[in-house]
Design a protein around this ligand. Sequence first.
Ligand code: ISL
Ligand code: CA
Length: 555
Amino acid sequence: MWWKEGIVYQIYPRSFNDSNGDGVGDIRGIIEKLDYIKSLGVDMIWLCPVYSSPNDDNGYDISDYYNIMEEFGTMEDFDEMLAGMHKRGLKLIMDLVVNHSSDEHAWFKESRKSKDNPYRDWYYWRKGENDHPPNNWMSFFSGSTWEYDETTDEYYLHLFTKKQPDLNWENPKVRQACYDAMKFWFDKGIDGFRMDVISLISKDLSFPDANIDDFQEMIGSYSNGPRVHEFLQEMNREVLSKYDIMTVGEGPGITQKEALDYVGASRKELNMVFSLEHMFLNDGPDGKYDYRPMDFLRFKALFDEWNTALGEEGWGSIFLSNHDFPRVVSRYGNDNEQFRKISAKMLAMLLLTHRGTVYIYQGCEIGMTNVAFQSMDDYRDVEVLNAWKDWQAKGMTEAEFLPRVHTQGRDNVRTPIHWNDSPNAGFTTGKPWIRVNPNYPKINVEEAEADQNSVLHFYRKAIQYRKASKLWTYGTYVQYLKEDQNIFAYQRVYEGQTFLVVLNHSDNTQVVQVSDIARSDQSLTFSFGNYDEAAKFDAETIQLRGWEGAIFEIK
Ligand code: ISL
Ligand code: CA
């Protein structure tokens, strides 16, 4: 199945490549880099939103589902890009954001005009109670989820910013309008959708108060509403089933228990969902900026648990970052001088040897790192700017808040891609919309192309390695050494072949006992690794240097 075997490369267009010097990445910028993307060996491109948008949340606030954002180009540019992808055998997965629209969408402009406007019930409008919003829900991006609108003396619901009002999916006209927009893009020939916060489209219409003391529990209570599966089945019947496309749903609150309800083959809803559980491992009760160290055992366990939860009926998504979470090497590896490259390579092995469809976020393939701007003025993301206001109100200073942003903020992955060591990393000839990461002279595509030992060349090799055997896509997955604080180990088995993957998640040499990961009558043959020379091993032990990853065939 193409969407099971294919590897996805994710583009955040604003930060990818600017073709016209206005400081904003654009579609022609993507067209210029299609050969580069193809050269990685990937098969699909997930493109973050490129529709018309006032950019309160960088395109996740859509004001016209049928048009391209002016800053990004025109529909002709889009058509050329799509043709360029298809010519190279690359499929295009677009982002579908239909839980909410922009407040500048014509539907919302109408809706807020009067209580009897035909578009009134395209959104959720409610009366307040004694000057209070209808309930205590808190937005993902700070403050109440209810915004008071004077015109009609009512509140509207927005789970994200107040410029992202939630569409009322109870209204069949809303659903039809979304399906029509989807058909428009499918008829153009796109190959699928990544569906933004799809777990939130159905609401409990009694709008009960939530437990707002625990952020995760709170957003969990907005998710998987009573009609979500009915809506998705309808969407599948009306639209998805008519095309040869793939879908992947995103959304907090899709836990292991619910996953199969979304992706079980017999359900006829979606092909895959993103499990965000491992993305939230650093978050504390007060949300992401209340962060704590990652529990490595839990991290490993999640891959195992999700694999079991999805079983044969479902299919997984394997990813370590996207446009919402920190850089892979900074978060799960070690981004210092000594270990950046080797740990980025080891994490590439982790990604490319798991069972499921693999997603690689732009810049990851050259080992780009988190950024540490020294002033909040350099940050752009609405989430972090809103959170900063909140934490300031609680008495926090900038010096105290910055380390939290450096560790957890979304702008870590939204600084421009480093193409070369010219000013602004070759991303733009103008002034970039967000500052570039100052380490671009060392970490950039041109440098990586010239260095045979680079993270980039390793990604290409590891992608080829995965593709050389269906074992990596379809083989069964069994973890070992589950209690080991440094080693991530698992076997993949397919059609009589067995491979063992051992990954050292530490700076220090680790020794693994072969008897812990294989039977005594089996022997190991080295197959693939991230160091120049093969990992050291004998019949009893495997020695892994700092951040070394090794793959053995077991016979
Ligand atoms: O980014 C997060 C935490 O900081 C997530 O909780 C995120 O808000 C959630 O997964 C939903 O994300 C998606 O919808 C948002 C948009 O801002 C994100 O970029 C998108 O991936 C609203 O459309
Ligand atoms: Ca531009």
